[in-house]
Write a protein that binds this ligand. Structure first.
Ligand SMILES: Nc1ncnc2c1ncn2[C@@H]1O[C@H](COP(=O)(O)OP(=O)(O)OP(=O)(O)O)[C@@H](O)[C@H]1O
Length: 269
């Protein structure tokens, strides 16, 4: 059985003459919570789209759960679709469908399961995402931003994926909602043994959740590994993003990261 959830080798991405990724390599082991970080335009979302087979790289190979995305047959891609759940930045609920029908949609589309089974599964997914059975009959227009994210998460979990992709999961949430969403992702990861891959600009989310941080810069992965290792890599983006004033404050609240002690020790704060 494969131990890697994702393996990318020699990936090039080009739009016209604009090279976004140049000979990029990346490995994600199963069970990790991975954050992809990088400056604006560094190609984070594009990389996510290439991993999901929504966009074709100019060169290189992308394997997800052992399947080469480019060579995959329609049947293999369908199987992969069943094994991953995706939460895109624009929550993307169908506005004409109730919460229940939004969450049920992937099950109805892919499996033709009996309705009684779907009902039980939808209620369970809603509960997992911190919603109540009463929420099932609501329409998306009745929901707050935080609830929309939770419904979208329930839908991403609908086919019991092994892999969960999240694009900016806490964007647009206030700090309290963001914290509870982070806790939710953590507990889902722990309970369901998911591999989670997310793109995030949010330092708190990245440092609270990640077991692996992947830094995109200079058209490739310049650092990848546990947070305490990545924070020690000397690179201008890493220093700006993690070790500026804001980053130091967040790190000071996370004593489990050794690097925080190192930093506090190094400048006496
Ligand atoms: N379909 C496309 N056609 C042309 N250029 C594109 C296309 N998609 C992305 N790009 C370009 O590729 C680069 C990477 O874009 P991408 O959205 O992946 O970056 P990002 O790291 O996710 O950025 P941000 O943090 O701002 O969301 C950008 O310069 C973008 O303009």
């Amino acid at each position: 059985m494969e131990t890697n959830a994702i393996e990318i080798h020699g990936l090039w991405t080009q739009f016209g003459s604009h090279v976004v990724h140049k000979d990029l390599d990346l490995t994600v082991k199963k069970g990790e919570i991975v954050s992809i970080v990088g400056g604006s335009g560094s190609g984070k979302t594009t990389l996510l789209r290439e991993i999901l087979g929504l966009q074709k790289p100019a060169r290189g190979t992308v394997k997800v759960l052992g399947i080469d995305i480019e060579k995959a047959s329609v049947a293999e891609m369908r199987k992969l679709d069943d094994r991953w759940g995706v939460l895109f930045q624009q929550g993307a609920l169908f506005s004409a469908l109730s919460v229940f029908d939004n969450v049920a949609l992937p099950m109805r589309e892919l499996h033709g399961l009996p309705e009684a089974l779907i009902t039980n599964a939808v209620l369970l997914k809603l509960q997992m995402a911190g919603l109540t059975p009463d929420d099932a009959n609501k329409m998306p227009s009745d929901l707050s931003g935080g609830m929309i994210k939770r419904v979208a998460l329930a839908r991403a979990l609908s086919l019991e994926p092994d892999l969960l992709f999240l694009d900016e999961p806490t964007a647009g949430l206030d700090p309290a909602l963001s914290d509870s969403f982070v806790e939710l992702i953590q507990s889902l990861h722990d309970e369901l043994h998911l591999t989670v891959v997310m793109v995030s600009h949010d330092l708190d989310t990245v440092l609270d959740l990640s077991t692996q941080i992947v830094v995109l810069a200079d058209k490739k992965v310049v650092a990848s590994g546990p947070p305490e290792d990545v924070l020690k890599v000397k690179h201008p983006f890493i220093e700006d993003f993690f070790l500026g004033n804001r980053g130091r404050k967040v790190l000071a609240g996370l004593p489990h990261l050794d690097v925080a002690k190192v930093l506090r020790g190094s400048d006496g704060k």
